[in-house]
Design a protein around this ligand. Structure first.
Ligand code: ZN
Length: 313
């Protein structure tokens, strides 16, 4: 069952003393009453409010944050800042947005700042790499914290040691994948396409195009090229299907090695069909087709022995 939902229930159970099973019953009753118009997480938050429990005044750890929470408070260390971007709204106004990554001992999370007063703190250098900041009244949007004019964003005197800086990859169902997520999913390959080839600069590994004088890199001029391949596949985990892209390094773990031999390649592609694996990577928007795709940067074979052990135990 959904991990986030279970964690909300556990948190409510701990704060209220009401048993988890009873909470689950109340959530289902609430949803039945509302004809299923509310998610389980949403219903659980309504039940929490009815029990007089609010997470709004509580300082939370990053791994306790849940999608849909509207007033979150936390303290974290700045482990990454992206350059402030400007954009023009439909009405012609110029706005600014800044992204930072905050970390604590439990996890890390992307924070999106929309308020100019907050962005000022970054632009004038008060908030910079490794500074500890406090957030009051942030809103969870998917797996990000968004800060508006109603939020507070300020330096904190708290000390945070051993913050978790490695990328957090969450195991998810395909139906729950959101753009920007680093996710892991266990799924079946249901379709695969002919590999595509391209060339990269041997120095910077950026794409190069062939011209009259050979391959040209925008940065390095005439260079030695390296031939690269990518392959698209479609995976299905029972909740959704998704198109995925795998670059060169992932082809061998996938099981594709015979790029130069069309017949052997076809056999290897046939073998992929119906294969179940654990895929990890990043979800992004394909701007050309305006759809969501999963860029796979890790593949784990499913260890059948381990699986049998788990099911038996
Ligand atoms: Zn180059």
């Amino acid at each position: 069952m959904d991990e986030n939902y279970q964690r909300i229930l556990e948190k409510i159970a701990k704060s209220s003393g009401v048993e988890k099973e009873e909470l689950e019953r109340r959530v289902e009753a609430k949803r039945a009453k509302l004809a299923g118009l509310i998610s389980r997480e949403g219903a659980a938050q309504v039940i929490a409010a009815e029990l007089g429990i609010s997470f709004e005044n509580e300082k939370l750890k990053i791994d306790e944050l849940l999608p849909g929470m509207r007033k979150v408070n936390l303290v974290g260390k700045v482990i990454n800042l992206s350059p402030v971007r400007t954009f023009t709204t439909k009405t012609g106004e110029v706005g600014k947005v800044a992204n930072i990554i905050l970390a604590d001992e439990t996890s890390n999370i992307k924070v999106v700042l929309w308020d100019t007063n907050h962005i000022d703190l970054i632009e004038n250098g008060q908030v910079s790499q490794d500074k500890i900041v406090e957030i009051v009244n942030g809103a969870m949007r998917d797996n990000e914290i968004h800060l508006g004019s109603f939020s507070e964003f300020k330096l904190s005197k708290e000390v945070l040691e051993n913050v978790k800086t490695e990328k957090i990859v969450k195991e998810k169902k395909l139906i729950d994948f959101r753009v920007g997520d680093s996710s892991q999913v266990r799924a079946f390959i249901v379709q695969n396409f002919e590999p595509r080839f391209f060339h990269v600069c041997s120095e910077c590994r950026k794409k190069v195009v062939s011209g009259a004088e050979g391959f040209m890199c925008a940065e390095h001029g005439k260079v030695n090229e390296e031939k690269r391949a990518l392959i698209s596949i479609v995976i299905d985990d029972g909740t959704e299907t998704m198109r995925c892209i795998l670059f060169h390094e992932q082809l061998v773990p996938l099981g594709i090695t015979e790029l130069e031999d069309p017949e052997k390649l076809l056999n290897q592609r046939d073998d992929l069909m119906g294969k179940e694996m654990i895929f990890s990577g990043n979800v992004r928007t394909n701007k050309m087709f305006n759809n969501t795709e999963f860029i796979i940067d890790g593949i784990q074979q499913i260890n059948l022995d381990e699986l049998v052990g788990k099911l038996g135990g």
